[in-house]
Write a protein that binds this ligand. Structure first.
Ligand code: BES
Ligand code: MN
Ligand code: ZN
Length: 496
């Protein structure tokens, strides 16, 4: 897809389609008014006749509107003007794009980016229009024998801005929107891939490819033997049950001076979570292929950052393993020694995420990080608490937590903070080791983070539980690409 910005009049666009908004009830936007005027009331006549109310989700495609130069005019319903905020704006863009894609307009000039969105500037509107467009056009048909792509897809989109002085803002917004979309797209492709293909070794190969393509990026892969030798006993306990060996994947992007401390992202990369010996019930077990959603998210953010060549040092670490039951698998009751030296009694082999992460989190101390953010589909409890709207956020550093919450608001990829009070730590008490890997039914998301907090004392750390936000179930089953926008926004803001 090709994006650009311009500042012009709707009736003067020589293009396949001009896209304008209509609010409820039957209220033309400014661009709509302009077309209505030159066409001597053509649009207002249609509206008066009742062809379009302006409700959210409505669209009306018109041909040969008098005195305009475009082949078509697409009217898109925007709902009530005073309710026109972030999410409705994204929905309206999505509706416009899917309509264009299905009706053969390969190019369009879009005036929706001129609409007033409460509290948002041109930069925000253009960037989100790009993201919403790319999100709508995403299609995962690699494993279908026939492609489902439309015959004449949209190829070129031009967003209009009201004034010429907004053009350079718009252009910068397009660069960011494309980079974030590319990262989210990558995250979705990875997470949607089937677990027989997407193994820890496959993830490692993907990381190597990134490093080959970019000379500011180095890649290092630790194989299972090395992980064991180094003393990552918790990581090994999870990886040992599978024939697909575990990998610790490290990507290092040097975008700033070497004395600048890096931002470190750590992703849970369980390529399939059967639960291990504490086997999960069969219902919807296929969805546990998404248990590498944290890895996909940090990978996607890494792609977005390198795509923009941001002036930042960024390190991505993925703890990749498959959680399987087998004669070699760890059992409930096993006690292992982590890289930190602390011991863990494994009471439930299905609480495997924290086991691979705790060793990865100790491993990253060596990078002397500015901050460490781990991302994981860690607990079913988080899905119950926050649903699929917000990711769970827990942190040992208030400024970092606030920065991430703000990045969530700005990117539309929101998080919500939960407490990490000392009192919750008691739930991890073990009679036989320094701690157990199980906190009980109550406050499951918090006790999982409490477990991780015992391995992150040496730096500023935040944890994102994306169990509810990384993918959708049911008819729209698939990866969402979250939290790539949130992470990328956070890093963008750090670069300002
Ligand atoms: N990957 C799961 C968490 C999960 C469950 C994510 C459902 C998305 C949807 C994780 O490894 C897990 O099994 N967690 C257990 C922890 C429990 C055994 C302490 C859970 O949430 O039930
Ligand atoms: Mn599990
Ligand atoms: Zn898991």
């Amino acid at each position: 897809m090709e994006f650009s910005v311009k500042s012009g009049n709707p009736e003067k666009q020589r293009t396949a389609c001009v896209v304008v908004g209509v609010f409820e009830s039957r209220k033309l936007s400014q661009a709509g008014e302009q077309i209505d005027e030159v066409s001597e009331g053509y649009l207002s006549n249609l509206l008066r006749r009742g062809d379009l109310e302006g409700k959210m989700g409505q669209a009306l495609l018109l041909h040969n509107v008098p005195n305009t130069l475009a082949d078509r005019v697409l009217l898109v319903g925007c709902g009530k003007e005073r309710d026109f905020t972030d999410k409705p704006y994204e929905k309206v863009i999505a509706k416009a794009i899917s309509t264009l894609n299905e009706t053969g307009s390969m190019e369009a000039v879009c005036f929706l980016s001129e609409l007033n969105v409460k509290g948002r500037d041109t930069h925000w509107k253009i960037r989100h229009a790009v993201e919403s467009t790319e999100n709508t056009l995403y299609n995962f048909d690699e494993y279908k024998s026939k492609s489902e792509a439309p015959r004449r897809p949209v190829k070129k989109l031009i967003f209009n801005v009201t004034s010429r002085k907004d053009l350079s803002d718009g252009e910068q917004a397009i660069i960011e929107g494309i980079a974030i979309s590319k990262g989210a797209h990558k995250a979705r492709d990875l997470a949607n891939a089937p677990p027989n293909i997407l193994t820890p070794a496959y993830l490692a190969e993907q990381a190597k490819l990134l490093a080959i393509d970019n000379d500011k990026v180095d890649c290092q892969i630790l194989d299972q033997a090395t992980i064991k030798e180094m003393g990552m006993g918790a990581f090994i306990a999870v990886a040992q049950g599978s024939d697909n060996e575990g990998k610790l994947i490290v990507l290092n992007y040097k975008g700033a001076d070497s004395d600048k401390k890096p931002i470190v992202l750590v992703g849970k990369g369980i390529t399939f979570d059967s639960g291990g010996i504490s086997l999960k019930p069969g219902d919807r077990m296929d969805e546990m292929k998404y248990d590498m959603g944290g890895a996909a998210g940090v990978f996607g953010a890494f792609v977005a950052v390198t795509e923009m060549s941001l002036k930042v040092n960024l390190i991505m670490v993925i703890a990749a393993a498959e959680n399987m039951p087998s004669a070699k698998a760890c059992r409930p009751g096993d006690i292992v020694t982590t890289l930190s030296g602390q011991t863990v009694e494994i009471l439930n082999t299905d609480a495997e995420g924290r086991l691979v992460l705790c060793d990865a989190l100790t491993y990253v101390e060596r990078f002397d990080p500015a901050v460490v953010i781990d991302v994981a589909t860690l607990t079913g409890a988080c899905v119950i608490a926050l649903g699929n709207q917000a990711s769970g956020l827990l942190s040992n550093h208030n400024p970092l937590a606030h920065d991430l919450l703000n990045a969530g608001e700005l990117s539309g990829d929101r998080a919500w903070r939960l407490p990490l009070w000392e009192e919750y730590q008691e739930q991890l008490q073990s009679n036989f080791a320094d701690m157990s890997n199980l906190g009980g039914r109550e406050a499951g998301t918090i006790t999982a983070a409490c477990f991780l907090s015992r391995y992150t004392k040496k730096y500023h750390w935040a944890h994102l539980d994306i169990a509810g936000t990384a993918w959708l179930s049911g008819k729209q089953k698939g990866s969402t690409g979250r939290p790539v926008p949130l992470l990328t926004q956070y890093i963008l803001t750090q670069c300002e």
